[in-house]
Design a protein around this ligand. Structure first.
Ligand code: 7PJ
Length: 276
């Protein structure tokens, strides 16, 4: 399997680590430490040093119950960071649902759009199609304001697969080649603990869609429920979850704790026969 991310090409023979750089004052994991451009840039450079393969820059908190931010506010948060990262030797992804932010980020050198709304905004397909960037299509049931209010599925794996297949078709019909597409079941986005566990156990089903699978489990509340740990003490659970996702076929893991995840995946790859 291949992934074309702007000028970066991955053969996906080993799992990739996407490091999370939040530029949000109310981010539940980073507590506003990365509010300022310089702090976000320092964090991004730290994650590069820790071995990240991709950096995901986000200016809108999507935790359950979070309020939307305006286009201008999101641009104010993410653009200085994306501009400050121009020229780094790895792709920058922009975590956004807004076509205006996609266009500005792509013009400033971003190589990937990570959209928790799977390019369903009317202008989002065209914004990405006009570039050579990759796109991550994520499943979400409902919206961040209400998604954790009793989500229900007949069969969560079937329903999420169907949605991702339909979005892959729509994206390809808009002119985005399959080698630019990543799919993601969207852990925690309109899912109970039972739904999340079913998705993780059956992650292999999504590999059958024909695009690399991204898994985002890092520090999420399901790990808090399982371990009893608050959000600042979920690194070990997150590394375990990333490893389990990769074992079940994930090609990319989206994480906060880059160094720990990179080390765990090196052990996994080496035991599986990769050279040292
Ligand atoms: C995800 C994401 C995820 C993708 C967030 C958090 C909430 N993008 N953005 N997949 N989660 N593709 O990091 O806890 O799971 S924001």
């Amino acid at each position: 399997m291949f992934l074309h991310c702007g000028n970066f090409h991955f053969d996906l023979s080993r799992p990739l680590v996407m490091g999370i750089v939040n530029v949000t004052p109310d981010s539940f994991s980073d507590g506003g430490h990365h509010l300022q451009r310089d702090a976000a840039l320092a964090h991004a450079r730290q994650l590069i040093g820790e071995g990240a393969d991709i950096l995901d820059i986000g200016g809108e908190s999507t935790r359950p119950g979070a309020l939307p931010v305006s286009v201008q506010e999101e641009l104010n948060r993410v653009m200085p960071v994306i501009e400050g990262l121009r020229g780094i030797p790895l792709p920058v992804s922009v975590d956004t649902c807004k076509p205006e932010v996609m266009r500005a980020a792509l013009a400033a050198g971003a190589s990937m759009v990570n959209d928790i709304n799977a390019l369903q905004h009317p202008d989002a397909l065209a914004a990405v199609a006009a570039s050579n960037a990759a796109v991550c299509l994520m499943h979400m049931k409902g919206n961040p304001q209400t998604m954790q209010e009793q989500p229900q599925y007949d069969d969560v794996v079937v329903e999420v697969s169907k949605f991702l297949r339909e979005r892959m078709d729509a994206v390809q019909a808009a002119g985005i080649a399959r080698k630019r597409i990543v799919v993601d079941p969207g852990f925690g986005f309109g899912k109970t603990l039972a739904h999340n566990l079913t998705l993780l156990r059956n992650l292999g089903a999504f590999c059958g869609l024909g695009a690399p699978v991204l898994a985002g489990l890092s520090r999420k509340s399901m790990l808090g429920t399982i371990t009893g740990q608050d959000v600042n003490h979920r690194a070990s659970a997150s590394v375990a979850a990333a490893l389990l996702a990769v074992q079940r076929g994930a090609s990319i893991v989206r994480v906060h704790d880059v160094r720990a995840t990179v080390d765990a995946l090196k052990v996994w790859s080496t035991v599986n026969g990769a050279g040292l």
